[in-house]
Write a protein that binds this ligand. Sequence first.
Ligand SMILES: C[S@@+](CC[C@H](N)C(=O)[O-])C[C@H]1O[C@@H](n2cnc3c(N)ncnc32)[C@H](O)[C@@H]1O
Length: 211
Amino acid sequence: MPLWGRMLPCQHGGATDVSATTMQQDQERPSQLQDLGEERMTYKGAPLMSVDQTWGTPDSFMKYLEEAFGFVPDLDAAASLHNAKAGQYYTEEQNSLTKNWFGNVWLNPPFGKVMLPAFLEKCRDEIAYGKCDRIFVLIPARTDTKWFHEIVMPEADLVYLIKGRFNFVSPNACESANAPFPSMLVTYRKDRSFSPALIKTLELSPKVRGF
Ligand SMILES: C[S@@+](CC[C@H](N)C(=O)[O-])C[C@H]1O[C@@H](n2cnc3c(N)ncnc32)[C@H](O)[C@@H]1O
């Protein structure tokens, strides 16, 4: 059973973090992280009105991804003990941006102006050079931003614009909050043969969005 299926409200999941000692840092791989350089650091896109950056994805959405896409994550690339969606995960302390990703990767990244583009650059590099089969990313649908046009569109497989908003789960999994922004699901897969990404709409029931 996938991890999210075992998690109960207000309980810790059974996931284990991926020890820094068991994972190699990805210093040897080619990286395009410098491409945006200072531009990334001084990024002036639309304000990312975010809820707390540890608010989690509803389990109902993870269940939907399994049923609709056959997607069960091997790795949650941005998580904590309380909100991990896969059996293996990287935490802020470990810093996923410095680690190798693998298999089917789930990512609901921190939404900060620097961290969000940095995680999207990491998706671009991992799908091109790493050991990921698929990466599924849930992020604010900021389609007017530089990162969307320059980092996401050239490398992603599909962008699903989600109709309706999410009700994200609180850090202790006891509360939820209606997101003040629209969301999109961005999917990457190894060896895709076309560019840029296709854009589709995705209509989800309120239950799947966490209501
Ligand atoms: C929006 S939450 C998503 C949580 C969970 N993965 C989910 O989908 O419900 C983002 C998580 O990323 C963690 N995080 C922040 N910076 C990180 C980093 N550099 N590496 C790994 N995780 C990080 C935060 O602590 C937080 O738990």
